[in-house]
Design a protein around this ligand. Structure first.
Ligand SMILES: [Zn+2]
Length: 90
């Protein structure tokens, strides 16, 4: 599972409201406020250096349909996030 806030892999995500935004999957670090928010420009530049394209794949396209690239890269996560029902077309 990937943290919704910092996008780090987290084995046991939590539900949390951070900056008035509800995140269903948040790692312990973000819950505790130890990770800077991804909308911090400096943080994003920092992440960009060591982040490969696979890590920034989003499960859904802009139109709300499942992202085939995400499904291919993260078959297990795709089942959990998108739902097996919605993956039948892939
Ligand atoms: Zn996090």
């Amino acid at each position: 599972m990937t943290c919704d806030v910092c996008h780090a892999d987290t084995p046991a995500p939590h539900k949390a409201v951070i900056n008035n935004v509800y995140y269903p999957h948040v790692c312990q670090n973000c819950v505790a406020g130890r990770v800077r928010q991804p909308n911090d420009a400096a943080y994003q530049r920092e992440r960009g250096k060591d982040e490969n394209a696979k890590e920034i794949l989003q499960p859904f396209n802009r139109d709300g349909t499942p992202n085939a690239d995400f499904v291919a890269a993260y078959p297990q996560e795709a089942k959990e996030i998108i739902g097996e029902e919605n993956l039948k077309e892939f």
